[in-house]
Design a protein around this ligand. Structure first.
Ligand code: PGA
Length: 316
């Protein structure tokens, strides 16, 4: 508050222009020279200096001799001018960096399961926009929702967006199938039409609470009327996959996270009645977010039906 009262005088009089005129006169030692440099008529230069001097309450130049000299007050102000202008240059440099970052870096947060296919959306985008910097952070659903709330990224990719949230715009991407996976030598690996009763007592590996996959798995077991025997809870799809491969249990996971393990046949999707669970992936952004031109461009690419068809075919 106090500081504001002290600088009120400077704010009221358009001081920055006056200081710039003053600095030029002081540097060149001439009103006429300053006028030429600043493309200003000499009387305008004089008028700015007069106003500045009145505001400061001190004469700024000693015009008694042939040479224009700074007074003591003028010298003080001249030194301050350098600091003020240097500060403005520094701030402008920092702001320019922020402006560049704002337009050139694309920020995406993706769920730990979406991270398996999100790079493919980028690959397509990079074909036509090479060199664009992208920050892609994988995290679980709960952490992702916190980032949406804090409006930290251009886009979010997840499978279980919050329901009924009208402040979010959702673009449907690819299908997301979730199955119950087991090692190829599991007792149920070759069974067909597995019923809920046969799953009772099975050792189940689960994602941590806060994960969207966990949410779906909980709902799945609840739907079967089974209390799963959770033997291991882990915060990563990879760790769960390794757990399955080590024969520690079975787990509900997205087919996107299985990769070569199912292709090579080391892990199989159990043929359980009611599975797979069919979901979708969504590209999400806040409705109130002003998308940068680059973000708009990415949105156009990522939601291109031909690309999505191509990616979905690659998955099946
Ligand atoms: P998560 O992802 O299990 O990594 O939270 C699922 C989702 O996208 O909802």
């Amino acid at each position: 508050m106090t500081q504001k009262a002290e600088i009120r005088r400077f704010i009221r009089h358009g001081t920055l222009v006056q200081l710039s005129v003053f600095e030029t006169v002081a540097r060149l030692g001439s009103f006429t020279g300053a006028g030429k440099e600043l493309h200003m008529a000499q009387p305008t230069v004089s008028m700015h200096i007069k106003k500045l001097s009145e505001m400061v309450g001190l004469p700024l130049f000693d015009q008694s001799g042939r040479v224009l000299k700074l007074t003591e007050g003028g010298r003080e102000l001249h030194a301050a001018c350098h600091e003020i202008f240097q500060k403005i240059v520094d701030v402008e440099k920092r702001l320019a960096t922020l402006r560049r970052a704002g337009t050139q870096k694309l920020r995406l947060s993706v769920s730990t399961t979406a991270k398996y296919f999100a790079p493919r959306l980028l690959a397509h985008f990079w074909e036509t926009h090479p060199g664009i910097e992208v920050a892609m952070l994988p995290m679980n659903r709960e952490q992702l929702l916190n980032r949406i709330e804090a409006d930290l990224d251009d886009f979010y990719v997840l499978s279980n967006p919050p329901e009924g949230q009208h402040d979010l715009v959702l673009h449907t991407l690819l299908p997301n199938r979730l199955g119950l996976y087991a090692r190829d030598d599991h007792a149920l690996a070759d069974a067909t039409q597995i019923s809920a009763a046969r799953l009772r007592g099975e050792s189940v590996l689960m994602r941590e609470s806060g994960s969207g996959t966990r949410m779906v798995a909980d709902a799945f077991f609840a739907g079967l009327g089974i209390e799963p025997r959770i033997t291991l809870e882990m915060g990563s799809n990879e760790a769960i996959k390794q757990g399955i491969l080590a024969g520690l249990g079975i787990a509900v996971l997205s087919h996107h996270s299985m990769g070569s393990a199912t292709r090579k046949g080391h892990i199989v999707a159990l043929d359980v009645i009611g599975l797979p669970i069919e979901r979708h992936w969504y590209l999400v952004h806040r409705r109130d977010r002003v998308l940068s031109p680059m973000a708009e461009e990415f949105l156009r690419h990522a939601t291109d039906p031909h690309l999505l068809e191509e990616l979905a075919e690659g998955d099946s």
